[in-house]
Design a protein around this ligand. Structure first.
Ligand SMILES: Cc1cc2nc3c(=O)[nH]c(=O)nc-3n(C[C@H](O)[C@H](O)[C@H](O)COP(=O)(O)O)c2cc1C
Length: 241
């Protein structure tokens, strides 16, 4: 496995060009409403880059049977590669759209970068939101799901943390809950960013903020896939970090 925290320079040097298409996703908080968009979801997932992974996802409410889901393992990893900078951009991106925004933020803020990786990478099939039984949708339908992540960054070296993720069924992917429940962000400024087909960040933000007691949640912003550098930089500047 590669180092999880990299300095901005290292990040820019190794990061692949962002992939992934803009999913034509209608705003919806209910997995069941997605069927008509299955095709576009599927193709977006297939053209994407898989990053990290979470574990098994017990199926949603229906699967009930006690498959509570979640394996929430995580390992605290020292920031051996930290540049000592005060700002960390930590991002999960299954198909590259949010990573592209994260890359722009890290560059603009001269921040370190941490890729949040699920222990079990999401496959294209896992991301097919046209099928309610597939992994990502099943996880989102199960509030207790806590997919494992490969590692949790050592937030202690940072004063400011920017957390990025896609929107899945109106919320942050459950592995963001795994991450926050394994972390202490108290006393830090935290800003959240996401990409989505059309849904806003509000629902995700409300949930994640609750999982970071004591953090100063200074902002949350949704970007479209393909957001411009100036749009991203303007938001970063508006936070007065
Ligand atoms: C399982 C799944 C659920 C999604 N749910 C939503 C949604 O509720 N609203 C929305 O606007 N987009 C939704 N999308 C689209 C993604 O938010 C969008 O493609 C995002 O840019 C992906 O980011 P990434 O490339 O960083 O993974 C969903 C995508 C997947 C795979």
């Amino acid at each position: 496995m590669v180092e999880k925290i990299v300095s901005r320079r290292q990040f820019l040097a190794v990061s692949a060009a962002a992939l992934g298409g803009l999913a034509l996703f209608g705003c919806s908080g209910n997995a069941g409403q997605a069927s008509s968009e299955a095709a576009s979801a599927s193709s977006a997932a297939k053209s994407s880059e898989s990053v990290g992974a979470a574990s098994n996802s017990p199926s949603a409410a229906e699967a009930s049977a006690g498959s509570s889901a979640s394996e929430a393992a995580t390992t605290q990893e020292p920031s051996s590669e930290s540049s000592g900078g005060k700002v960390l951009v930590a991002c999960f991106s299954a198909t590259g759209n949010t990573r592209a925004v994260a890359e722009m933020l890290a560059a603009h803020l001269d921040a370190d970068y941490f890729e949040i990786e699920p222990s079990e990478p999401y496959t294209a099939e896992d991301l097919d939101y046209g099928d309610e039984t597939t992994r990502a949708t099943a996880e989102q339908n199960d509030p207790s799901a806590r997919p494992a992540v490969v590692a949790v960054p050592d937030f202690s070296s940072y004063d400011v943390v920017l957390l990025g993720h896609p929107i899945w069924w109106g919320k942050a992917p459950r592995l963001m809950c795994t991450l926050l429940e394994s972390s202490d962000l108290s006393g830090k400024k935290v800003a959240e960013f996401c990409t989505s087909g059309s849904s806003g960040v509000e629902e995700a933000s409300a949930e994640l903020e609750e999982l970071a007691p004591g953090a100063d949640w200074v902002g949350a912003r949704r970007f479209a896939a393909g957001a411009s550098e100036s749009e991203v930089a303007d938001w970063a500047d508006s936070l007065n970090l």
